[in-house]
Design a protein around this ligand. Structure first.
Ligand SMILES: [Zn+2]
Length: 201
């Protein structure tokens, strides 16, 4: 099922970004199980980041940063190449079972979590096409919701559905969840511990 076919029905979508080897599978499963129990018709889109920083090794013990894909300090850097310094790479070994168990759709979130507008078109194409091939998906969710004309060209040339923030994606940190047919997105690292399970009620 492609996202294009999804847009013909009125299901609410929850997109989870920054799905990576750093994520706690059991926390994700518990969150998805809660969503599906309370709102069985909600569609789940998992946006996967294959190449990430080794955040569990940088954690100070409170668990708040271990599920991130890059240190938040990097956002302050003017040079986007700092995002190239990744330390772990892989597709989570639980991804296909979680996807099957909860009927999720898969998307790529780029090979590397960098603002793709800052990459030349050839590099964008490598990031998008390679990551989609690894994940076996055909939907691209741009990191930071940032894309440009080149991103659109690459996606169109490769028959990839490009997720555009402007199409009405609501950040669950700012818009409370409601099963109202709208599209929402969330990062699990924003909700450490039990906070995660208070979002969707
Ligand atoms: Zn992201």
């Amino acid at each position: 099922m492609s996202l294009s076919s999804l847009s013909f029905d009125s299901s609410t979508i929850i997109r989870i970004d920054d799905i990576s080897v750093n994520l706690d599978e059991q926390r994700l499963r518990k969150f998805l199980s809660q969503i599906k129990t309370i709102h069985p018709n909600v569609k789940i889109l998992l946006a996967v980041s294959p190449a990430v920083f080794d955040m569990p090794n940088r954690d100070n013990g409170n668990g708040e940063i271990s599920e991130r894909v890059f240190p938040s300090i990097l956002n302050a850097h003017s040079d986007h190449k700092v995002f190239y310094q990744i330390e772990r790479i892989g597709i989570p070994n639980w991804l296909s079972s979680v996807t099957a168990d909860f009927g999720c759709l898969l998307a790529s979130h780029g090979l590397i979590h960098v603002d793709h507008r800052l990459l030349p078109i050839d590099a964008q194409e490598m990031s998008i096409v390679t990551s989609l091939s690894l994940i076996k998906a055909n939907i691209f969710v741009p990191p930071f919701n940032k894309y440009n004309k080149d991103t659109e060209t690459v996606c169109s040339d490769n028959k990839v559905d490009l997720i555009k923030w402007e199409d009405g994606w609501n950040h669950l940190g700012y818009q409370p969840f409601s099963d109202d047919g709208r599209n929402y997105y969330v990062h699990l690292h924003d909700y450490p511990g039990e906070k995660l399970f208070a979002i969707v009620t």
